[in-house]
Design a protein around this ligand. Structure first.
Ligand code: SF4
Ligand code: SF4
Ligand code: SF4
Length: 273
């Protein structure tokens, strides 16, 4: 649907974390008014609605993603369909009813459990400030192919995480962000795809006491991702007493999701044998 410039400007002033939802409502309002374009009047009507009847809009969760699935060339993983999968899982947990039992007074958007997916470490969808941030990761590995010392990987890596030593590439794990960008530029195949999956951040939030999310150790395989998400949600629902955000819960219990931690230790043990 077409938007007038004033309407677009007005929408851009709506806080980013509810903008998508407000936009959908505004377009529905324009349709209801039988208008073929969105005007400022439709935006303002919806803003009033959100301000006065917010609880009706609360779903109990939000899932956002970056533009990766639209074809962004920086994607480290293909997460097509992940948003829908996560929404299905969150829906099945009836989080609105769950929060209603715990929160004193009307529910607000900031009570919702938020998940954000970014398909690469550029993190355009701000996974660091939500309850569960998912970041696509592709870790390079050095293969047994000869390196021509062309320097393409050195030029590409924005983290200065690669050096060439004795004719071989060496990756500094403490610097590498697993963006995977150095792999396709390597003409000899000396750098190949290693671990592909997701980095997971937990406990980020904005508001009165903002906090950046903490990263759970490791890169989680795509086939394990939903298990990790389930572990986090189980822990959140077990420990959430008054509708606190995940970060507040983790702050109280020691910044660990016990199930995820246990699984990681078991995996490491299995790999050691
Ligand atoms: S996070 Fe990465 S993949 Fe997603 S839109 Fe930004 S640059 Fe593209
Ligand atoms: S994956 Fe990204 S950060 Fe890591 S070495 Fe390659 S280009 Fe650098
Ligand atoms: S891009 Fe590949 S061939 Fe070129 S220096 Fe890096 S590892 Fe060696």
């Amino acid at each position: 649907m077409k938007w007038t410039k004033d309407a677009k400007d007005d929408l851009s002033r709506v806080p980013f974390f509810v903008r998508k939802r407000v936009k959908k409502r505004v377009e529905e309002e324009a349709v209801r008014c039988k208008s073929n374009q969105v005007t400022v009047k439709h935006v303002r009507t919806c803003r009033e609605w959100f301000l006065n009847r917010m609880e009706e809009e609360v779903r109990g969760f939000q899932v956002e993603s970056c533009f990766g699935p639209g074809g962004c060339p920086n994607r480290a993983v293909n997460s097509d369909g992940l948003t829908e999968k996560l929404e299905q899982e969150l829906n099945s947990r009836k989080l609105k009813a769950f929060l209603k039992e715990r929160v004193k007074g009307p529910l607000k958007m900031h009570h919702e459990f938020r998940i954000s997916i970014s398909d690469c470490p550029n993190a355009c969808s701000r996974p660091q400030i939500v309850d569960l941030g998912i970041i696509g990761a592709c870790r390079p590995e050095v293969s047994d192919q000869d390196c021509s010392e062309c320097g393409a990987c050195l030029e590409t890596c924005r983290e200065n995480a690669i050096s060439i030593e004795n004719g071989h590439p060496v990756i500094d794990d403490s610097r590498c962000l697993s963006c995977g960008q150095c792999i396709p530029v390597c003409p000899t195949g000396s750098l190949k795809e290693g671990n592909i999956g997701y980095r997971i951040m937990v406990g980020g939030k904005l508001g009165r006491h903002p906090r950046l999310a903490m990263e759970l150790a490791g890169i989680h395989k795509p086939e394990d991702l939903m298990m990790v998400v389930d572990d986090c949600l189980d822990y959140y629902q077990k420990e959430c007493l008054r509708g606190e955000r995940f970060g507040e819960i983790l702050g109280r219990t020691g910044w660990k999701v016990p199930q995820v931690d246990k699984r990681r230790k078991t995996d490491e043990k299995n790999r050691a044998f």
